[in-house]
Design a protein around this ligand. Structure first.
Ligand code: T4K
Length: 403
């Protein structure tokens, strides 16, 4: 039954709407039989890692799907970002958005490259090219754009800036598998792009990721770096690490790939259902994507304008959590507010006004194959109930000394 009275809200003493937790990143599972067949085959062959046949098959299929010359799978996107930065010989300073998962910044700082935080465009949530040029110094060696929520950065503008200033350009495409920019699959832009196939991504290989590039030399270097710098038996020709994807992950990746259309279709339907159910709630704005480009719709993102709602984003999240809806606040509080960056750059926020505003108003809602129309309807009803009664809920909570 839909809740109609605020006394029924779990935060005010009612029973949670959902018996089991609804997650933002509940993994999509493809055809179990196909996966288990692959796993049995892998066990029979006793080949579990180190560039096995499933890894090679996955790389070939991904490269074909993305329309890119080289796809090098990785154990996760964070290591892939680190390897890409090193292979591109980035050092000194690299310009990145602060509005991203902290892995983007860490991948640089981990190798003592300073991330220089750039503000974002409040409409697209992506790095604002108009603000990049001002941040370039003699120490700048590159730009790292992030295709947030699968919406491509302004690739053309960033490419122009990189070209003009002789900078390397790479993209964190962790969110952007199967998404396009000007009709072309993300994966071929800049010097290289990095994907995440983490369990919480709509296309997953348990843990995993990939680097894509059209540059033959760079691809070879990355392959070597992924495997301790080996170039053949007993021959190490450069510094390297262990970034290899395992066979069981590749088996999952191949299985996920076979269900890709189904996953995207379900995400798209969920997005449409959210769009319909959230319509007309004052101060609640679903982030939308142009139909001209492909998106994977894996993140349902909503902006909460608390000047209109009279209920803060954070209180709404508390209300939803009490109802067993694990809504998230990606990317709160912004990388520049996290350590070690907060200590390194205590005044960074002054030049990141749009980022600071966004981190306070954005939430992500559950989607994927584990969520259907019925759940979304009940969830949106909760949001409507909470927002419409915002001031009353606040009053009740203040009386109960809750907020
Ligand atoms: N760049 C960007 C822009 C990224 O967003 C990310 C990762 C990366 C780089 C780095 O990629 P990887 O190195 O991870 O390949 C999650 C993911 O762990 C992370 O991959 C993702 N972005 C980030 C946006 O979200 P957390 O710390 O929020 O994860 P956690 O454990 O809270 O899980 C999220 C939700 O999913 C929870 O409600 C639980 C649920 N869940 C999770 C797992 C793992 C499940 O239901 N089942 C599961 O198996 O970071």
């Amino acid at each position: 039954m839909l809740k109609t009275n605020i006394s029924d809200l779990a935060l005010l003493g009612g029973t949670p709407t959902f018996e089991t937790l609804l997650h933002v990143g509940q993994p999509n599972i493809g055809n179990r039989e196909r996966f288990l067949t692959r796993v049995n085959d892998m066990l029979d062959r006793r080949w579990l890692s180190n560039n096995g046949i499933y890894v090679r098959e996955l790389e070939q299929k991904l490269a074909g799907f993305l329309g890119v010359k080289h796809c090098i799978t990785m154990c996760n996107a964070t290591i892939a970002l680190e390897i890409t930065a090193r292979a591109l010989e980035l050092r000194g300073e690299v310009i990145i958005p602060s509005f991203t998962f902290v892995a983007t910044a860490h991948a640089l700082q981990w190798q003592e490259i300073t991330p220089v935080f750039c503000d974002v465009d409040p409409l697209t949530h992506n790095i604002d090219p108009a603000k990049v040029e001002n941040l370039i110094t003699p120490r700048t060696t590159g730009i790292l754009g992030v295709h947030v929520w699968g919406r491509a950065c302004d690739v053309d503008a960033l490419s122009d800036i990189a070209h003009k200033h002789h900078l390397k350009l790479m993209f964190d495409a962790a969110h952007a598998f199967a998404c396009t920019y000007r009709g072309q699959m993300i994966g071929s832009f800049g010097d290289a792009e990095v994907f995440s196939f983490h369990a919480t991504k709509f296309f997953n290989s348990f843990e995993g990721g990939a680097i894509t590039t059209n540059n033959d030399e760079l691809a070879e270097k990355i392959r070597g770096m992924r495997n301790f710098g080996f170039a053949g038996l007993d021959n190490v020709i450069r510094i390297g690490t262990n970034g290899k994807m395992s066979e069981v992950s590749a088996a999952m990746g191949l299985t996920s790939l076979e269900s890709l259309d189904e996953f995207i279709g379900i995400n798209y339907n969920n997005y449409l259902t959210y769009s319909e159910c959230l319509g007309g709630i004052p101060g609640v704005q679903l982030v939308t994507y142009t139909e001209k480009e492909k998106n994977n719709y894996q993140y349902v993102v909503v902006e909460i304008d608390d000047r209109t709602t009279g209920l803060s984003r954070d209180l709404l999240v508390k209300i939803l959590h009490a109802e067993n809806v694990r809504a998230r606040r990606y990317f709160y509080p912004g990388c520049h507010q996290m350590e070690p960056y907060r200590s390194y750059f205590p005044n960074a926020g002054l030049s990141l006004p749009e980022t600071e505003k966004l981190t306070l108003k954005v939430i992500q809602l559950p989607t994927g194959t584990a969520v259907g129309e019925e759940e979304i309807g009940r969830l949106c009803n909760l949001i409507r109930l909470a927002i419409i009664n915002g001031p009353e809920i606040r009053k009740r909570l203040e009386t109960d000394h809750y907020v």
